[in-house]
Design a protein around this ligand. Sequence first.
Ligand code: ARG
Length: 458
Amino acid sequence: MKLWGGRFIKPTNELVDEYTASIQFDQKLAKYDIQGSLAHVEMLAACKIISEQDAAKIAEGLKVVAEKIESKQAELTKDHEDIHMNIEKLLIDEVGSVGGKLHTGRSRNDQVALDMRLYLREAIVGIAQKLVSLQQSLHQQAASNLDTVFPGYTHLQRAQPVLFAHHMMAYVFMFQRDMERLIDSWKRVNQSPLGAGALAGTTYPIDRHYVARKLNFEGICDNSLDAVSDRDFVVEFLSNASLLSTHLSRLCEELVQWSSIEFNFVELDDAFCTGSSMMPQKKNPDVAELVRGKTGRVYGNLMGMLTTLKGLPLAYNKDMQEDKEGMFDTVDTLKGALELFAPMIETMVVKKGVMYQAVANDYSNATDLADYLVDKGLPFREAHAVVGQVVLHCIHQNKYLLNMSIEELKVFSTLIEKDIYTVLSPKAVVNARDVVGGTAKTQVEAQLTKAEIILEEN
Ligand code: ARG
């Protein structure tokens, strides 16, 4: 007999049971469902809706059910559709018909919204903690590479040299925005929907604030229809997760490139790479590739949720049961990625010599030659044209700017003097960008200091 079987004269088709059940995946909510029920039942007694004795029996029973589920002794079945009804059934088996009083003044509609919020609240904290660890390992790599000059790219063409520390810090600040978005979303997750009932509220003299306080919610959802229909907090989380995944994926792409022979800028630790079943020489950056790849499922989960909600009338609709798997999957995917990422960055070997050779043998100091001419009075546009000619000459001669003799340089502009050789060295080029947020060592050091304070506060 179903818990709601009263008005039915026929049993449910078995395929319907199978199709509509969510117990296969929503058992993840068991812990939160019981937390919510314990708060609810305590409130029912405090408001004298049920007796203290009954409440105590129910609370006892719920704790036994929690233990049984935890230790896998409880049978969770599709016959009872979802985690909420499975738990209620287990409770009644445990304590007898008094267990049937638990659902007084409550619907699965406000109950499931509550469970989702309790789950997500905890998940966000877990993800934020892992994200700080990643920021710290990037910061650490930055601190160890304050003198490492490295090619900066635009269009994946050598542009201007930057400090590797500067590049690492770009990700620290990028992930900081993800952190802020997660933290900001918290206040919208942290509102209690319980007491909204099925959609219209309840006839019992309940105290919604009591339950909210008990469960450490900041407040309660203001409108019962909204409380049971709202999955914005899920969408918002998936959206924040998507952007975080975008950032992870961009870093992954760089790691994959940098660890190729073609770049050869870093070596990822053996512990974070895998080999080939056929080619004995291979060491593949699988983790970085897979984190990049899993971005697809995170975006998919966001699109799925948005599409599920689109066009749903108020209030609860069964469609909304589709809110769970994508959210769980996103939480697990992100946690998995972040957990691996922090130690992978920490153990990454930075090939400073190779990086230096790269910037010593390219034209990424060309802007500085133009700036030098500007300093001597030439309009920038003219200086740009002159240096373009120098570069073209060098390409034909198979040399770089620093290989040109002063006589050769003077052919292009008599403004060029011997001091040009110090101006064009990679370190000088980097340190010339001494503007706030720029790549000069002192500026990057300032970024590290600022980030230390921010990371401390996170
Ligand atoms: N398993 C359902 C869900 O996840 C719980 C709410 C069901 N409510 C209902 N009236 N059928 O959405």
